[in-house]
Design a binder for this molecule. Sequence first.
Ligand SMILES: Cc1ncc(COP(=O)(O)O)c(C=O)c1O
Length: 506
Amino acid sequence: MVVHLPKNRVPLLVEESRPGRRGEKVVAVPKGFKAADLVPKALRRLTPPALPELTQPEVIRHYTRLSQLNYGLDAGMIPLGSCTMKHNPRLADLVSGLEDAARIHPLQHPSQIQGALRIMYESEQWLKEVLGMDAVSLHPAAGAHGEFLGLALIRAYHESRGEGAKRTKVVLPDTAHGTNPATAAMIGYEVVEIASNADGTVDLAGLQAALGPDTACFMLTNPNTLGIFENQIQEIQKAVHAVGGLLYYDGANLNAIMGKASPGSMGFDVCHTNVHKTFAIPHGAGGPGGGPVGVKERLVPFLPNPRIVKRGDRYEFADSSKSIGKIREYWGGFLVQLRCLAYLLLMGGDGLVESSEIAVLNAAYMQKRLVGAYELPYKQLRKHEFVLSAANLKRERGINAKDIAKRLLDHGFYAPTIYFPLIVDEALMIEPTESEPKDELDAFVDALLAIAKEDPAVVKAAPKHAPVARVDDVWAAKNLVLTWRHLAKLEERPRPAARSMVAPAA
Ligand SMILES: Cc1ncc(COP(=O)(O)O)c(C=O)c1O
């Protein structure tokens, strides 16, 4: 499958603009009035706005061409490990677009928005069950924001026990997602990273050595970012709790374990889940997402205000005097959560379990077909994602993970996550998700197998068929193109052919 894309750069609207062109008239001027009379004099602009002037078909074509430059899930699979790009049922989309839901305001009196409060409350009940936690806050806007809330709760908990000043460290493994150490540092903790063992999992001895009376918490994702389930999870949680530390579960990989295990049953005190990965929210380009946080009983009083409570058959807001306060405006992304609840109801409990099973099966199938042509560091069983290494191809054929990722674009596929986790040399991190049929998995695997045998010169020159050729990272960083004015200037400058940012028309 090759996606046919426009070959050349789509001009910007300002470049396409021609004086005097226009689309539809937006204001019907009542008889006897001039258009200018409709706006009070004091509010009128002195000069016309510098907007592009185009006809309606030109604007529509502009955006259609741009959309054709994009590769999305509706065009083919996106095997980005850790990012979980999966199909979001259109029904969930439809529900979240309903006017009754979209037109309410968070400042309305609870008596007027009982339905919305019920949606939030019921979402919390579902997530409590899936996470195995005692309470859930829907406030965070993303996974990293959930981590921020989780660590703020942990800090509040230690402070409430008079241990805030002494518990200064967050321990995490070297497989951790970058947001984990970043969040811990933002909250003000010292980050202690421990090396993984030969199995690619937490090294228990290393963990014990890092733990002490200064431990605030241990952060972990399970399955970890190699896709490996931490089978010593009970020993890990006992060791952390034994020193008075808490456990934070990064639930970004929850889509691998639903109905089989839960952060709560593994002994974790706080966790977030990314609704834009495990449930149904489009993921990418910065949102809108959601990172609900689940907590065990002892952390409930510190959750952000307001919480939604059910009294009889009424839903109300309730504040806790021990709350850490607000982490965002109002009480969470309502439409995001509505979409999530629609997905949960659509799937049902059994459907969620099945989705995890298929996600794991799909990953196992692809891994089995690819191992041999690519290396598989660490021999443990993988769950919903797996990390291959292209180190063998680098040694034998001189091509690296980046070359392979670029060449995949020519084969009509989105590239997997590369160079993460950091402990794998020339990493290719692949996550098929449960949405992909076997044909699509096979086509992607076939492309990767073909690339491993292709002429290295062709692979290194890829992409050949994409609208933008390979960018020279160093040159791009030194010549930042941040606005269309920059771009125009840049195009005036002679550039060495090898550094061309735009693919040749051939
Ligand atoms: C393991 C893991 N943790 C945390 C995050 C952060 O989530 P978000 O992108 O929603 O902030 C991600 C995102 O990809 C992730 O894969």
